[in-house]
Design a protein around this ligand. Structure first.
Ligand SMILES: Nc1ncnc2c1ncn2[C@@H]1O[C@H](COP(=O)(O)OP(=O)(O)O)[C@@H](O)[C@H]1O
Ligand SMILES: CC(C)(COP(=O)(O)O)[C@@H](O)C(=O)NCCC(=O)O
Length: 328
């Protein structure tokens, strides 16, 4: 028997206490949901998936990601059955197959990319859906030259810094079952979109779309009409969450580590920071956080959390403390 908090309770703030659409489970209760399933990843594989500063070990895989991959696999199977039933009803008016699309949102430096890579690997081990693609939305940022033209270079990551039409087209093409869909690629090293590179998604069973703003609702147009938003095409969505003060510390710590590694590359946009003293580097990282990533989190990212099907809440050491699931 699994016992859980019926309302968002101490951690939630997104809905009234009665008839909450959410159920909140502490880590131990969530872990029990997959207690009889064997973890498909070895400790070497887990080490390869770990991002800078992330706390990811076999216990995290077993307690947090195994129940999630079971739940997702169950939902993929149900979605496939529903698609087939509807296709029969519509006499083939719908595409013969449509991938299961997972949106994965959260702040800069919260560990979205590690969570997405882990899920990709774990979901690919299920024989029913071996082809799991991962696409990050940073490829859809406008190139720096265009951001400069629009006066948006200091707003990288804000909703308006993306080519939202192209991102929407990409997800619609994926959901329409196109055999091959291309996405642009962003390089953190050069801090810009790579004009010479593309990622090709071929006949995927599952696509994970990871990015800051994937849960943003559709915009109201000038004439008052509301179109479709990206998340209207998601079969499931995940928000990676943590206390904002912790995320700010993780961002600064990561900046200091990158200063010892990636920033040393002469091609790095941040090469100018490699020579900074420790204290000046901390000041610079805090400045970037306090002027760009922090305000974007508060104004655009965090307000979308209540839209997620699942919230993974991390504690100060990066391990997931509790999980909140939309139960209806
Ligand atoms: N300036 C940088 N140079 C090299 N790699 C970076 C830089 N900034 C971020 N990264 C890497 O890019 C990935 C995505 O980072 P980010 O968008 O902050 O999302 P998250 O930390 O939630 O995965 C991470 O693996 C991070 O380590
Ligand atoms: C590239 C990002 C906007 C993240 O994009 P995402 O993949 O979430 O769409 C972000 O990592 C970033 O570079 N922000 C700008 C400020 C900074 O350098 O941290």
């Amino acid at each position: 028997m699994v016992t859980a908090t019926e309302t968002p309770g101490a951690h939630g703030e997104d809905s009234p206490r009665e008839s909450s659409p959410y159920v909140e489970l502490d880590r131990a209760t969530w872990a029990m949901l997959a207690s009889e399933t064997e973890s498909p990843l070895t400790s070497d594989e887990v080490a390869r998936l770990r991002g800078i500063g992330d706390q990811l070990d076999l216990a995290e895989i077993r307690d947090v990601y195994l129940p999630l991959s079971r739940l997702l696999s169950l939902r993929v199977r149900a979605a496939t059955a529903l698609h087939h039933a509807q296709q029969e009803f519509l006499h083939g008016l719908t595409p013969p197959r449509t991938p299961f699309v997972i949106g994965l949102a959260g702040s800069v430096a919260v560990g979205k990319s590690t969570a997405a890579r882990v899920l990709q690997q774990m979901l690919a081990r299920w024989p029913e859906h071996p082809n799991v693609a991962l696409v990050t939305t940073d490829g859809f940022l406008y190139p720096n030259a265009e951001l400069v033209k629009r006066g948006l270079l200091e707003r990288k990551g804000f909703p308006e810094s993306y080519d939202r039409k192209a991102l929407m087209r990409f997800v619609i093409d994926i959901k329409s079952g196109k055999d091959e869909v291309e996405a642009p690629v962003y390089s953190h090293l050069v801090y810009d979109v790579r004009q010479d590179q593309k990622v090709v998604v071929k006949k995927p069973d599952i696509v994970i779309v990871e990015g800051l703003n994937v849960l943003q609702p559709a915009r109201v147009r000038g004439d008052g009409r509301v179109g479709l938003g990206l998340s209207d095409f998601f079969d499931f969505s995940i928000y990676v969450d943590a206390n904002t003060n912790h995320i700010r510390e993780w961002y600064v710590d990561r900046f200091l580590r990158l200063r010892e590694t990636a920033f040393r590359d002469p091609d790095s946009y941040f090469a100018k920071y490699a020579a900074l003293s420790h204290d000046s580097a901390v000041d610079e990282a805090r400045r970037i956080w306090d002027t760009i990533n922090g305000p974007n989190l508060a104004q655009n990212v965090l307000p979308t959390r209540s839209r997620a099907t699942l919230v993974l809440r991390k504690s100060a050491d990066h391990s997931v403390d509790w999980v909140r699931l939309r139960k209806i």
